[in-house]
Design a protein around this ligand. Structure first.
Ligand SMILES: Nc1ncnc2c1ncn2[C@@H]1O[C@H](COP(=O)(O)OP(=O)(O)OP(=O)(O)O)[C@@H](O)[C@H]1O
Length: 270
C-alpha cells in the first residue's frame, strides 16, 4: 500500500435539513486511481467541492499525509496538492494550450516579463509527460480545436504544472467517444505511473471500472460500498450493486464478499 495521501473522517455537510454528505470516511493513497460512483444526488459533487476547499464541511476531519489539517480551505487544498478538473469550467477554449496551462500562474523572467519561450517548452514537456502523442499538436494550438480527450489532457497537464499529487477528474469521459475515452485513460495511467493519484468520478460505471483500482459508492450522502477491483470482479457487479441500493429487494451480487468481510472483521475483533 502506498502512502496515505488524503483521508476524510466522518465528513458531513448539510444544507438546511438535507445532508448532502452525511458522515463520509474515505482515503486515497499515493499512486492509486480511485473511482467515485453514485447516483444523482448521492453527494459526489459536494464531496469534490469539500476536497477542493470550496465547501466547508459542517463536521469531520481531513488528514493530509497522516496529519490533520485544521481550517480546511481552497489554499489548504492547493497546498495539499489537490487539483480538481471540473467538467464544466475546465478550460478557456478560445485560448492556446500554453495560455490554459499557465493561466494565473505564468512563468516570468527575472525582470518580471512573461517568459514565452520557457512557457512553450514547458507546455510541450508537460504534454509529452502525460502521454500526449498527437503529431500535429503545438503549444500554440487553440484548445477549442483539440478533441474532447485531448482537452482533458490539457487540464491534466495544468494540474501537474500546479504540483498536483491528487487530481480529481469530474466526469472526464462523459460525452466522449471510445477513442477519446481511451486517450483520457492513457493520460490517467501515465499520471498514476508518475506516483500521483487520481479520484475519477463518473456515471459510466464501465469507464470507471476500466480505469480505477478501487471504488467508493456513495448513496444519499454515505459510503454504501468501498471495494477493490479484484473484489468487485466486474462492472456488472457494481451496476447490480447500485441497483440493489436503489431497490433493496433486488439481488446484491456482492453480498457474499461483504458478508465474508464482516465475518473477518468480527474475527479480528474477537
Ligand atoms: N448548495 C446546495 N443547497 C442545497 N442543497 C444542495 C446543495 N448542493 C447539493 N445539495 C443537495 O445535496 C445532495 C447531494 O448533491 P450532490 O450535487 O453533491 O450530488 P451528486 O452525487 O454530485 O449528484 P449529480 O450526479 O447529480 O451531480 C442533493 O440532494 C442536492 O440537492
Amino acid at each position: 500500500m502506498g502512502e496515505r495521501l488524503i483521508e476524510l473522517r466522518d465528513i458531513k455537510k448539510s444544507y438546511g435539513n438535507v445532508f448532502a454528505v452525511g458522515g463520509v470516511s474515505l482515503h486515497v493513497d499515493r499512486g492509486e486511481v480511485v473511482g467515485l460512483l453514485g447516483d444523482n444526488g448521492a453527494g459526489k459533487s459536494t464531496l469534490i467541492k469539500i476536497l477542493a476547499g470550496a465547501v466547508r464541511p459542517s463536521h469531520g476531519q481531513i488528514f493530509v499525509r497522516g496529519k490533520e489539517v485544521p481550517g480546511w480551505s481552497p489554499a489548504r487544498s492547493r497546498d495539499a496538492g489537490i487539483e480538481t478538473v471540473f467538467q464544466d469550467r475546465a478550460l478557456a477554449v478560445q485560448q492556446t494550450i500554453v495560455r490554459n496551462i499557465f493561466m494565473g500562474r505564468e512563468i516570468t523572467t527575472a525582470m518580471g516579463f512573461l517568459d514565452v519561450a520557457k512557457e512553450r517548452s514547458e507546455a510541450e514537456r508537460l504534454m509529452r509527460e502525460i502521454g500526449f502523442t498527437s503529431k500535429v499538436f503545438s503549444p500554440d494550438s487553440i484548445v477549442g480545436q483539440l478533441s474532447g480527450g485531448e482537452r482533458q489532457g490539457v487540464a491534466i497537464a495544468r494540474a501537474i504544472y500546479n504540483k498536483a499529487d491528487l487530481i480529481i477528474l469530474d466526469e472526464p469521459t462523459t460525452a466522449l467517444s471510445l477513442t477519446e475515452t481511451e486517450k483520457v485513460f492513457r493520460f490517467v495511467r501515465t499520471v498514476r505511473e508518475s506516483g500521483r493519484s487520481i479520484l475519477f468520478i463518473g456515471h459510466n460505471i464501465h469507464h470507471v471500472f476500466d480505469i480505477a483500482e478501487r471504488f467508493i459508492v456513495l448513496d444519499r450522502g454515505r459510503v454504501a460500498l468501498e471495494i477493490t477491483k479484484d473484489e468487485a470482479k466486474s462492472a456488472e457487479n457494481l451496476i447490480a450493486f447500485m441497483e440493489h441500493i436503489a431497490h433493496p429487494n433486488g439481488p446484491n451480487p456482492l453480498e457474499a464478499i461483504l458478508a465474508e468481510r464482516a465475518a473477518h472483521r468480527q474475527g479480528a475483533q474477537a
